[in-house]
Design a protein around this ligand. Structure first.
Ligand code: 0RA
Length: 646
């Protein structure tokens, strides 16, 4: 090849690289899912994943993540440092290739144990492309190297800036606000929850997380250190800390040397809910997949075999179903798959068939050993399964009653529902209102064309503590099911939710803006979380925000949602305005309620989303479960930092 052609080839390559980076900026959602809050936080996960990979390979044990004073994020590890030597093909340093070429990440190191990598597995160059400014610092072989970038373009070749005894990589990036137009502000709670999760999923690593944007009264940054020596076992204790276990230990196994590394931990508690969280390469697989399938089959097969042999099932008049083995079960499955195929609506369902059998076998072996060594626990588990089967039969009857009413349509709608006239669900919304009196006001104030009102009586049932058939027998809950047009259970899956006939695409919870009101909101959210999770996941659930104050002087009036707004309104009216504090929705008249809380042009609705299912489960079990002390502690601690991402 002549020198000239080589040169052309080289420049063709670099043009391609440039196009790659430009493509990321043109179509960011293709790489990070979206350019909203979720996509923004994804940038951090992508950078942290690279350090996790380095740790998984056994090359580092400490990672620090900081939100800086200026809103940028720094991720640092004590690994080998990204190589800075010349990359022969590209003619620039390896660091520059990694930072500025799409899909280059780690390719020059085939031995590296690379199974992490974000959901989209896109690499740090994507973060670089979507940042106004980024700086890489490498501590390697006694020297410090640095390179900076603007919107993904290197500002200068890698340079040596000093000497060091340290090893590692530091990445600082500032997200581009022309890409992330909604916000570039990172959430402490979101990042902290993810770092905690990562530390449980990757035992032995210490992850320090610091927010330098604010200091507390002692002049210190808000900071947490996450470290787990026992991994999933500890994760289970964290998740289930507010539930009462029925077995003496967390049952767990870790086969990280296998062809497909599998880690499993589980426990049975006295509740009636099934909580299984599954991960592939540190990514929460909400939609499950082949690893979950393997887990279920291993669990059912082993427990059934043990129960049959024990004679405990002899007097049972009906078959035990798969579901029955999972009532009161909290479990985590984490697998590492080198070429994962993600399927499903949100690409969080593992498709690799070869995963089923190793997981099923590993789970079977683990359980068999445990049951053999702990006969008392084994008996308690089987008794729990039998109870679940009996309760399932009772629940089925209760559910069929709800269903029959729903299916008959028309006359089937609850008497308390004031429906809207519009027929297209996409345009319809329903307000779930605390109390009949506020329900009456809402009914007067609403736009009856598209807004329906369903008043709920006082505190709805706490589903966290109730058996399933009690839930389906509860009148308020049946009203919610029938009003929404949602049904539960199919021939194959007794818990499958059917949202096809959902009658309103916005389901809005409207409660008083006080402690009781937020308790009721939480009860309703708990119900949705446990029985209609998809409703939340598909973005149908909202919380209304009624104002706290009415500020009035002469013919001027303003509403305020917090004390700052109240004081500002008062000032605008020249001070000494009349300030009314709304103690509840009941104190507002229909017009006020419409103006502030129901009129789509003025109201603020908070959409409820589930960032991390495991974290949400932990929060709900704590807020609604039996143990009071952690709940009080949580509420006190979070008086300043609201935590449920609603
Ligand atoms: C490939 C090779 C080597 C280091 C890394 C990747 C590496 C990448 C990242 C990303 C964040 N932190 C990292 N730390 C290391 C070096 C191989 C060697 O030194 O032999």
């Amino acid at each position: 090849m002549s020198e000239e052609i080589k040169k052309n080839n080289y420049s063709a390559d670099s043009i391609q690289a440039l196009e790659g980076m430009e493509h990321v900026r043109m179509r960011p959602s293709m790489y990070i899912g979206d350019v909203g809050v979720r996509g923004l936080h994804h940038l951090v996960y992508e950078v942290v994943d690279n350090s996790i990979d380095e740790a998984m390979g056994g090359h580092c044990d400490a990672i620090s993540v900081a939100i800086n004073e200026d809103g940028s994020v720094t991720v640092e590890d004590n690994g080998r440092g990204i190589p800075v030597d010349l990359h022969k093909k590209e003619g620039v340093s390896a660091l520059e290739v990694v930072m500025t070429k799409i899909g280059a990440g780690g390719k020059f190191d085939k031995d590296s144990y690379k199974v992490s990598g974000g959901l989209h597995g896109v690499g740090v160059s994507v973060v670089n492309a979507l940042s106004v400014h980024m700086k890489s610092t490498v501590f390697r072989e006694g020297k410090i190297y640095e390179q900076e970038y603007e919107r993904g373009k290197a500002l200068y070749p890698v340079k040596q800036i000093g000497e060091t005894e340290k090893r590692g990589t530091r990445q600082t990036f500032f997200p581009d606000d022309t890409i992330f137009q909604q916000t570039t502000e990172f959430s402490y709670d979101t990042l902290s929850a993810r770092m905690r999760e990562l530390s449980f999923l990757n035992k032995g690593i210490t992850i320090t997380f610091t927010d330098k944007r604010e200091v507390d009264d002692k002049g210190e940054f808000r900071s947490e250190v996450f470290h787990s020596d026992e991994g999933l076992k500890e994760y289970i204790r964290y998740l289930d800390g507010n539930r009462e276990p029925i077995v003496s230990h967390v049952i767990s196994m870790d086969n990280d040397k296998g062809e497909i590394p599998v880690e499993v931990a589980l426990i049975y508690n006295t509740s009636y809910t099934e909580n299984i969280f599954s991960y592939v390469n540190n990514i929460n697989t909400h939609e499950g997949g082949t690893h979950l399938q393997g887990f279920r089959s291993g669990l059912t097969r082993t427990l059934k075999k043990y129960a049959d042999a024990s004679g405990l099932l002899d007097k049972l008049k009906f078959e035990i179903a798969g579901d029955d083995f999972r009532e009161g079960l909290t479990a985590i499955i984490s697998v590492k798959v080198s070429e994962p195929q993600f399927e499903g609506q949100t690409k969080t369902k593992l498709g690799n068939r070869e995963v089923v059998s190793p997981v099923s076998q590993a789970v079977g072996e683990m359980l068999e050993n445990y049951l053999e060594e702990n006969p008392n626990d084994a008996k308690l588990i089987i008794q729990k399964v039998i109870l679940a089967a009996q309760a399932r039969h009772a629940a089925k009857k209760a559910r069929e009653m709800v269903q029959r009413k729903t299916v008959m349509g028309g006359g089937g709608l609850p008497g308390k529902l004031s429906d809207c006239s519009e027929q297209d669900p996409a345009r319809c919304e329903v307000y779930l209102v605390e109390g009949d009196s506020a329900g009456g006001t809402a009914k007067q104030g609403r736009d009856r064309n598209f807004q329906a009102i369903l008043p709920l009586r006082g505190k709805i049932l706490n589903v966290e503590k109730a058996m399933h058939h009690k839930v389906f027998e509860n009148e308020e809950i049946r009203n919610i099911f029938t009003a929404l047009g949602v049904t539960v259970g199919t021939a194959e899956d007794s818990k499958a939710l059917n949202l096809e006939k959902l009658r309103y695409h916005k389901v809005i919870i409207m409660c008083d803006a006080d402690v009781d009101g937020s308790h009721i909101s939480t009860l309703i959210l708990t119900f949705f979380f446990r029985f209609m999770k998809e409703l939340i996941e598909e973005g149908h659930v909202y919380i209304a925000a009624p104002p706290l104050y009415l500020v009035k002087k002469g013919n001027k009036k303003e509403y305020a949602w917090n004390d700052v707004q109240r004081d500002q309104a008062n000032e605008r009216m020249g001070g000494s305005a009349n300030i009314q504090r709304y103690k509840g929705l009941g104190e507002m008249n229909a017009e006020q309620l419409w103006e502030t809380t129901m009129d789509p042009n003025f109201r603020t609705l908070r959409q409820v989303n589930i960032d991390s299912l495991a974290e949400a489960d932990q929060v709900f079990s704590m807020l609604m479960g039996d143990e009071v002390p952690p709940r009080r502690e949580f509420i006190e601690k979070n008086a300043v930092y609201a935590n449920i991402d609603a």
